[in-house]
Design a protein around this ligand. Structure first.
Ligand code: GDP
Ligand code: MG
Length: 437
């Protein structure tokens, strides 16, 4: 989906002015892309109409091109579609909070129960898990293993008692053991059926959970949406957890579930490991679907923080190769004002989400870089070529770093300066391929 939409917007990006025809054409493609991504038909229709209504005749913001303006609207409407703000768990004012996880077989209930318990534990809660899947062989064992991994106790009574009795006994156990959140892992079926619903209703009526969270597999696309609709009608749900988003490239379920059920997506599962659970952020999901990272918020942040006059000065310095360590320091501070480095990287298209995991952006590195520059004299900052061996030693000890670190920075700075000069040259009028103004 992301790729499709990007193509569409690329066409728009180069236009100077946005006509009604442009909007209509772009929307036709957006519509196709959404349908292909298995987004519910009615949801698509409403969505397109909304965007069209907003896009045609709109005053283009000074800071954006018309193409960007349409992207912005699509982005905002996608966010709206998935619920504007992130939904949290409603904790009961009188603990324990009882959460029931329901869904079809294989959706990821048991895994998610463990993930959620681990997350809550990290937030200082004292969760207890109750094993109520008495049908699937080894389901109880599976929950025990998961519980052990996240260090959360699991209450079981084998498979001879009814799920209602197990739940009630489990809650009593939790209350007498000081557990403030109780998560009930229930059984699923391959398809929605009456028997399953009756069993879940029985638990609901007896236990009166504060939250019923439906776990759905996002890879099943439109089916996930139908399942959500059914569960919501028959049982009533408070929210949805979308699992396996790591394998879902189309994003159709994420887009439709909220619109169809009017229930928020609260969390997303992003892998099989027990820490692969994240709160659901509609705005981030919209951006990811648009395939541009949080490009817009990056633009917005940059505009808010970057002083235009300074930018002009900087540009001149780069062109005349007078870019100094003082400017470099300025730049660093600008970047830091925009957020942490890892946050910024996450906002860059292609760098978002998964690819960043495991890649540790070393914020400390920046602290050292600043310390090194601050240990330079004014002259050194303006003309790094005078920084000889003894100066390097002095700077290193002054900044609490090593000579190697100083050397590394000097080298990087030189390369940056060269690169910037090249860009600046490329942008000179008359030269081909110049994109930098
Ligand atoms: P249940 O039948 O609903 O309890 O589902 P399980 O918790 O047993 O999960 C079914 C399968 O889905 C298991 O192999 C899980 O490891 C896998 N699974 C669950 N959540 C995710 C997820 O977010 N991403 C991926 N890739 N796999 C998941
Ligand atoms: Mg299970």
């Amino acid at each position: 989906l992301a790729e499709k939409l990007q193509d569409t917007f690329k066409k728009l990006k180069n236009k100077g002015k946005l006509t009604e025809k442009d909007v209509a054409e772009a929307m036709r493609e957006v519509r196709l892309a959404l349908l292909e991504a298995d987004v519910n038909f009615k949801v698509v229709k409403d969505f397109i109409n909304k965007v069209k209504e907003r896009a045609v005749g709109i005053e283009v913001l000074e800071s954006l091109t018309p193409g960007q303006q349409v992207i912005k609207i699509v982005n905002e409407e996608l966010t709206e579609l998935m619920g504007t703000s992130q939904s949290k768990i409603n904790f009961s004012s009188k603990p324990p909070t009882i959460i029931m996880l329901v869904g079809l077989q294989g959706a990821g209930k048991t895994t998610t129960t463990g993930k959620l318990a681990g997350m809550l534990k990290k937030q200082g809660k004292r969760p207890l898990l109750i094993a109520c899947d008495i049908y699937r062989p080894a389901a109880i064992k599976q929950l025990q293993v998961v519980g052990e991994k996240v260090g959360v106790p699991v209450f079981t009574m084998g498979d001879k008692q009814s799920p209602v009795d197990i739940s009630k006994a489990g809650i009593d156990h939790g209350m007498s053991h000081g557990n403030d959140v109780i998560l009930i892992d229930t059984a699923g079926r391959l398809h929605v059926d009456e028997e399953l619903m009756d069993e879940l209703k029985d638990i609901k009526n007896d236990v009166k959970p504060h939250e019923i969270l439906l776990v759905v597999d996002s890879m099943t696309g439109q089916d996930a949406v139908n399942v959500a609709e059914h569960f919501n009608e028959k049982l009533g749900i408070d929210g949805v957890i979308l699992t396996k988003l790591d394998g879902d490239t189309r994003g159709g379920a994420a887009l439709s579930v909220r619109a169809v059920t009017n229930k928020p997506i609260k969390f997303t599962g992003l892998g099989e490991k027990l820490d692969d659970l994240e709160p659901f952020y509609p705005d981030r999901m919209a951006s990811r679907i648009l395939g541009m990272g949080d490009m817009l918020s990056l633009i917005e942040k940059a505009q808010a923080n970057f002083d235009a006059k300074k930018a002009k000065e900087l540009e001149n310095k780069i062109k005349t190769q007078q870019f100094t360590f003082d400017d470099f320091l300025d730049q660093l501070e600008q970047v830091q004002k925009m957020g942490s480095l890892s946050q910024i990287l996450e906002m860059i298209p292609g760098m978002g989400g998964k690819q960043l995991k495991g890649m540790d952006v070393d914020e400390k590195e920046l602290v050292y870089v600043k310390a090194i520059i601050q240990s330079m004299t004014k002259n050194e900052r303006h003309d790094p070529s005078i920084i000889n061996g003894s100066r390097r030693k002095r700077i290193a000890s002054g900044s609490g770093t090593s000579v190697q670190q100083v050397n590394k920075l000097l080298k990087q700075f030189e390369q940056t300066r060269k690169m910037m000069k090249q860009f600046a040259d490329m942008a000179k009028p008359g030269k081909k391929g110049g994109k930098f103004k």
